[in-house]
Design a protein around this ligand. Structure first.
Ligand code: FAD
Length: 460
């Protein structure tokens, strides 16, 4: 059994959704495009899983207003709502003649024959393939710790993980949660766990949270804020094993420093690994992902890679990088489609790395970070930070980047709110001279972080 399409996207996450949207904008004909995804739902805005989706008022997962099981309708966060564009519901794909093959894993790819083989035994052939397989969460087993199967150990990569997390969280209200990992998944989950009234301890081996992104000063601001909400930080140590009860549930987390933490549930956020296995030995790899050029085209001219799985040239750094951010997934996907449909009119992808997060209910610009900026930029960001402006529109802040601070700093003093003296200016001199580039992180209410990477990336 087999079907043939002009364009096939393997993977149905953020990048797939935005690629489909771009194909439609560029006039794809009915029947030309197919998306094959392991997940049972149409592409959605993955970042929502660790934000609104985990909040108590949202996490009644039984049904939504349209009466359909929430799992299948994702009422508020289908692609492309995250970029203030239309919501791509299953109906949208149908109306545009896009074949959505959901709940179906691609088991192998034969790039010479231009075919994919699915877990259901179907062969799908393509003229152009877009690889949008994203990444998977690293599991504790990969570090020699058992616990993957325990009912109360949670990861967070997809909707099924999020649904499990919500269920477990609800079942142990008022209990103890241990978060393993101090990256953004750990931080965002910790905030949601607190809001859901659990006692939260965070454990990570680094000296401070968000070690790959934050300076010690910015991290300490965040940690103090979290501590004020009741989160306990246990730094500089790691998980060594779990204690289990007779039902196989984890009851305590044993740490390498000899301490034991009681646990009604555990959330693990220790990094991700790109899903490249279908293409190992067939495509050139780099930085753990599929190496592409400025058109997002891989070493096979019919195959493009986008999103978390793609390692592409980042012009501002003059080198190939693989990013794990939603903004890059959206934009690389759009660029690949443009390059496929209009190769002569599409230049090199010129991406400025950007990342945002959202924790608790911070709603004002409360800190900033500038690495390697000019004197004027340092002054502007300092001024903007002192003013603590409310962030009304995160998309606008994203658009403006450092310009937001420059504009704000030029406003006459009378129109600026008074600094009550408690402003937290978190500025650092360039501390990574080899890669220092101008950048700004606005640790804000909606905690929006805009930045130009200034250092080699390690795993989150
Ligand atoms: C909980 C969470 C919160 C996040 N928050 C933020 C944030 O605040 N800011 C930010 O910048 N980034 C955030 N991210 C990262 C962001 O979501 C990713 O960068 C983005 O989703 C990458 O898009 P993608 O399409 O490349 O991969 P994904 O969205 O992961 O999609 C990959 C898809 O491919 C499918 N797939 C994989 N292999 C196969 C196969 N063999 N056959 C069929 N289908 C397959 C997967 O099931 C999945 O549907 C977050 C990620 C998570 C998990």
């Amino acid at each position: 059994m087999g079907r043939a399409f002009v364009y096939v996207i393997v993977g149905g996450g953020v990048a797939a959704g935005y690629a489909a949207h771009e194909f439609v904008k560029r006039g794809v004909s009915h029947g030309e495009l197919c998306i094959v995804s392991e997940e049972p739902v149409a592409p959605y805005e993955r970042p929502a899983l660790s934000k609104g989706y985990l909040l108590p008022e949202v996490c009644d997962l039984t049904s939504c207003s349209c009466g359909v099981q929430l799992l299948h309708c994702l009422p508020s966060f289908h692609c492309c709502v995250g970029a203030n564009e239309e919501k791509l519901t299953p109906k949208w794909y149908k109306e545009h003649g896009i074949e959505l093959i959901l709940g179906t894993q691609v088991k192998s790819a034969d790039l010479k024959r231009k075919t994919l083989l699915t877990a259901t035994g179907e062969t799908i052939s393509y003229k152009f393939l877009i690889v949008a397989t994203g990444a998977r969460a690293l599991k504790l087993e990969e570090f020699g710790v058992n616990g993957l199967d325990a009912d109360n150990v949670c990861y967070l990569r997809d909707l099924a993980d999020a649904n499990k997390l919500v269920d477990v969280m609800k079942s142990c209200g008022g209990g103890n949660a241990v978060v393993i990992g101090g990256g953004y998944i750990g931080m965002e989950c910790a905030a949601s766990l607190v809001i859901n009234k659990l006692n939260v301890a965070m454990v990570f081996p680094e000296a401070h949270c968000m070690a790959r992104l934050f300076t010690p000063k910015i991290a300490s601001y965040y940690e103090e804020f979290y501590e004020s909400k009741g989160v306990k930080f246990i730094k500089g140590t790691m998980l060594s094993s779990f204690d289990f009860n007779s039902d196989g549930k984890v009851t305590a987390v044993n740490l390498k420093d000899g301490n034991k933490l009681p646990a009604d549930m555990v959330v693990v956020g220790i990094g991700i690994r790109p899903n490249t296995s279908l293409f190992e030995g067939q495509l050139t790899m780099d930085k753990g992902g599929i190496k592409v050029n400025g058109q997002m085209q891989s070493s096979n001219s019919s195959v493009y890679a986008v999103g978390d799985v793609a390692a592409f040239p980042v012009k501002i750094f003059g080198e190939t990088r693989r990013l794990e951010h939603v903004d890059s997934a959206r934009k690389s996907a759009r660029h690949a489609v443009a390059a496929i449909v209009e190769p002569d009119k599409t230049g090199e992808f010129n991406y400025l790395p950007f990342f945002y997060s959202r924790v608790f209910t911070l709603v004002t610009l409360s800190g900033s970070f500038l690495e390697g900026g000019t004197k004027e930029q340092y002054e502007a960001i300092a001024q903007a930070t002192r003013l603590k402006p409310a962030i009304q529109d995160s998309a606008e802040l994203e658009k403006q980047g450092l310009g937001f601070a420059l504009t704000l700093s030029q406003k006459p003093p009378s129109s600026q709110p008074l600094d009550s003296g408690g402003s937290r200016l978190l500025m650092e001199k360039p501390i990574y001279p080899l890669h220092a580039t101008a950048g700004v992180i606005m640790a804000a209410s909606i905690a929006v972080f805009a930045y130009w990477y200034g250092r080699k990336r390690k795993r989150w």
